[in-house]
Design a protein around this ligand. Sequence first.
Ligand SMILES: *Cc1c(COP(=O)(O)O)cnc(C)c1O
Length: 363
Amino acid sequence: MSIGLRLEVDLDKIKYNAAKVVELCHSHGIAVLGVTKGFTAIPQIVAAMLEGGVDGLADARMENIIELRNEGFSESITLLRIPQLSNVENVVTYSNVSVNSEVAVIRALGKAAKEKGLVHQIILMVDVGDLREGVMTENVLATVRQVIGLEGIRLVGLGTNMGCFGGILPEYSNLNILVNLGKLIETRLGIKLEVLSGGGTSSLFLVERNEIPAGINQLRIGEGMLLGTDTTNSRNIEWLKNDAFLLKAEVIEAKLKPSVPIGNIGRDSFGNIPEFIDVGIRNRAIVALGKQDAYIEGLVPVDQGLSILGASSDHMILDITDATRQVRVGDELTFHVTYSGLLSVSQSKYVKKVFRKDNIWLS
Ligand SMILES: *Cc1c(COP(=O)(O)O)cnc(C)c1O
């Protein structure tokens, strides 16, 4: 076993989660893209998703996609963030499909693909209300008319995204807008779209309840498969494992201290004025983990008796008075990560990644 600050990744659990999501979605005629942006597309984790049976991969960052190609992944990859006009050549070279909302970008993608002798597939994003990316519904038909004749690209479908900027929940009614637009495009323009991509983890809920509109045939799943959670619907997904990722950090001090600092309060190391409530002398621990390593609000102690009091760049302070087990210097504390926590620790060069596969720890 490894020591020091580390993210322990149980690949068997990720494979299990992927397989469960795929099984549910396939039984409703829905293909599953495994979304790799939440963990910077670490290859071992991507491989576990593929072993679980995902139908393709998707990421928001070209850097991650290029790395996946360099690692030898040859599966279809969808670029999930609408492309930058300045980067269309990489997009058509390394991804098979991209989601789009701007005709100028789609034209540029077509031109770049044609020059390379490629045909790039595009999914037109439709904004059904979350107000992040996408063409407003009333403009979809006109936009499709502008892009169908273009060389170098093929419009394969429509997609939508929810639960991100506006926190809008996927429902039968807003997802059915995609289905109806698909029908409209077919009757008016004679094009049969292959893909209606109905969102991410937050849409799984509708599949479980058999409330997803018929015709939605793709979901792009990250969070649920990785963490067994669905933040938008604020729920744990009971049929998935929620401990595939655990962060471990070492206790470097454990002492009784007052709960209110002594002296005149100025600003903390991040420029904020801290406030404290006097709850008397408490047992506190410092772990070797700070804001340089992780987004602290994205970490949750596994021991529910522990509470995070705060952190500076390199130290995290916890109240351990109510810990279920005694905490001593040299012990390790374990944390669950949320999606934002996972994003941050995946990127940190200070957090070692260790993997468990077929019940064996690899390092
Ligand atoms: C991140 C992202 C997803 C995956 O979302 P999860 O909540 O992690 O399942 C799907 N689609 C788009 C466009 C995204 O940016």
